[in-house]
Design a binder for this molecule. Sequence first.
Ligand SMILES: Nc1nc2c(ncn2[C@@H]2O[C@H](COP(=O)(O)OP(=O)(O)OP(=O)(O)O)[C@@H](O)[C@H]2O)c(=O)[nH]1
Length: 486
Amino acid sequence: MPGKLRLIDRRSLILLLGLLLSVGFFATTLFGYFVSREAIRSAIIGQDLPLTASNIYSEIQKDLVRPVLISSTMAHDTFLRDWVLGGERDVRAMARYLQEVKIRHKAFSSFFVSEKSTNYYTGDGILKQVSPSEPRDVWYYRVRKMSDDYEINVDPDLANRDALTIFINYRVFDFDNRYIGATGIGLTVDSVRRLIREYQARFKRTIYFTDASGRVVLQGDQAPVSNLRQRPGLAVQLDAILKQGGGMYQFVDEGDNHILNVNYLPELQWYLFVEQNEDVALAGVRQTLYINLVISLLVTLIVTWLCYITLGHYQSRIEKMASTDKLTGLLNRHAFGILIDKLIASYRRNPRPISFLIADIDHFKAVNDGYGHRVGDRVLVQVAAALRAQLREADFAVRWGGEEFLLVLAGCTAEEAHSVAEKLRQAVAESIPCAEWQELRVTISIGVSEFDGEETPDQAIGRADNALYVVKQGGRNGVAMAAASA
Ligand SMILES: Nc1nc2c(ncn2[C@@H]2O[C@H](COP(=O)(O)OP(=O)(O)OP(=O)(O)O)[C@@H](O)[C@H]2O)c(=O)[nH]1
């Protein structure tokens, strides 16, 4: 029973250790995760998105603001206005002018459309005449009516292969402020698109430009939608965002939280949207969290397993030390108490004979006195070894007293135990217990009893002891069977 109790103690200890380690690891891993998540979140809000926005902004300024200035210069150019007012006579002069502008500013095209003649002039001369019924000329009739000085028109139809083409359409007035046509240049915004693509690929950010209505006018490869009002999470706050003209926002789209940085570009009357899907940004830390949890679990399992093995090892060593006689290696009386209880319990369930042998070395005092205690000890060890040699698996031998031994033979009747005792007696008598003292011989006397099921084990051993006494009285070196219990 104490052994079982100790086992339960060991299991509880290991469970407690495992629990403590798991809770500790789990708490630190989770704490680390939340700290990293907050750090990433504040970096997205405080640095990443504003920085991306300002980089894109300066790139778009470089790509678009300059062309607006060029178009403005063209619209206010006295040559152009004088040439129109002079009756648009020398087409080649206008073509040269437009060609020059195009080459000097590396534009994709340069143009002037006259209100009076409806001619569409380019660097090559008259391209065509614009007409209100021609869908491709719709832009001109829009520009003609608009109140602003210019518009920026992203024209996908005129895309030059993969390159997106943008036209700056600038209204031209004569010196009396009468509308006389529209001029400007067409250009590609490849560098902006390249930058957008790069940011999107590297940081998994979505970048696009919208006009004041929320329509997407410029994007990398793909904007989430062509109009932001199609995104329910964003649509509800879109008007407020566009009205405020920029800031940091959040919205939920398809279950994911998105952080949004919006900037208004007054030069273009566009809004720059830089958006980060927070769940995508946190995928890395979340993966690290899972890996950490798995590592923590493995470490916990390994540590608890090692502790379980080590504790078991030391426990069995301590148990062995506590239950064994140091000199002979036989069991001591404490161990006997545990084992005999088990044996008797199994006898109660399934009665099988149990025999006891009490063996005592004859005249051992004389050995000690004659050869010294060291030799006496060696004799004890040798006799113990001879006893152990007779044991089967279910049997056990106990150092019962100084030079007295008890053998418990399970499944052995008194008759069988008697013959075992006789063999033992002979073996000891014939052995040389100490190699240094070849002439030294010892004998043993043995009393044998069989447990009758009615008595206690102590009583059966007492009967064997009485039989031993009889052998001693009879001259020693013999075996005697105990009398039946009274
Ligand atoms: N060397 C040694 N001697 C021991 C040990 N334990 C007990 N003894 C001695 O064993 C001797 C036992 O002597 P007695 O009880 O008189 O018995 P005996 O001399 O064997 O005589 P009988 O039993 O009558 O044959 C004592 O002198 C004890 O001191 C031990 O561990 N080592």
